[in-house]
Design a protein around this ligand. Structure first.
Ligand code: AMP
Length: 281
């Protein structure tokens, strides 16, 4: 009985495309959770949703060099494959883990034609040149290789979710399923990059979250939202001694700058300990 159970909950590791194509052939209801590793509860919430909505769940771990606009950031990105596999196995919800090599993803030499439109060159696209071109390219390649029915992505990376959904749902027979942001006990959005923060940094991040909630609440009373947010940005920069790329209220349907709070989220990107953090509430 125990043996049977163990077989049922086995998690198969796929180290290259040959084993992936062979192993996935019998499965036609695949839920796919693409990650860059540094597995945390945010990733696990995506896996849980996939398990609920799909018969089979595959997680990929691939730190995609082409989406990093900064070499240092790529080098310091947290990597601990053994620990990731341990956590994934413990969930008993993952059927396959795909750990591609660079050549598995990029053997198709067709040069990516992806270019963001001017109206999409906002928020992170404005501050991380080439980042989303790299994300969209790798997501398209992964979609062609894995051929899933559904892809699960987090609202924590709202702009990524928005751009990937817009592009891939039009081109392929897939659904992108959005998943709520998971936070720690102090409401800091979980992120693999948080492994690079110390306790004090995390305390500051928790305090910034509270400030954001307050700012969003006060936005409702403001006549000139743009001015108010500019002022709040200056205050945050000064009080926390941080660099802020943006603090903007945007419509969740089209990511246009919002002058009203309904259907809108407050987006922020800032640096703590040289680590770039993003959030939206
Ligand atoms: P990453 O490994 O950071 O590339 O993230 C892989 C997927 O997990 C992406 O779809 C992210 O949006 C999602 N994700 C990351 N952090 C969180 C979080 N705190 N809550 C929910 N989803 C998340």
């Amino acid at each position: 009985m125990f043996y049977l159970l163990n077989i049922l909950i086995q998690m198969k590791i796929l180290l290259d495309n040959t084993s992936l194509f062979k192993s996935l052939r019998p499965y036609n209801d695949l839920g796919f959770v693409p990650t860059m590793g540094g597995v945390h509860k945010g990733h696990l919430s995506l896996i849980n949703k996939s398990k609920r909505l799909c018969r089979t769940t595959i997680v990929s771990i691939f730190v995609n060099p082409k989406q990093f606009n900064n070499k240092k950031d790529l080098k310091s990105y947290p990597r601990d494959i053994n620990n990731d596999l341990k956590i994934l196995k413990k969930t008993k919800k993952v059927d396959f883990v795909y750990l591609p090599r660079f050549k598995d993803i990029y053997s198709d030499k067709n040069k990516s034609q992806i270019k963001l439109s001017k109206k999409d060159t906002i928020l992170c696209a404005k501050y991380r040149k080439g980042h989303f071109e790299g994300v969209l390219d790798v997501m398209e390649r992964l979609t062609k290789i894995v051929n899933p029915k559904k892809i699960f992505m987090g609202e924590k990376d709202f702009q990524q979710l928005y751009l990937v959904k817009k592009r891939l749902e039009k081109k392929y027979k897939i659904k992108i399923i959005s998943c709520k942001t998971i936070r720690d006990s102090n409401n800091v959005a979980l992120s693999s990059r948080n492994f690079l923060l110390n306790k004090l940094n995390l305390k500051v991040a928790a305090s910034i979250y509270l400030k954001l909630v307050n700012i969003k609440k006060n936005l409702k009373k403001e006549k000139n939202i743009l001015d108010f947010l500019n002022h709040q940005k200056i205050k945050l920069k000064k009080n926390y001694k941080i660099k802020i790329d943006y603090l903007e209220l945007r419509n969740i349907k089209n990511l246009k700058v919002s002058k009203k709070t309904n259907n809108s989220r407050l987006f922020i990107a800032y640096y703590l300990n040289n680590v770039r953090l993003i959030d939206n509430i």
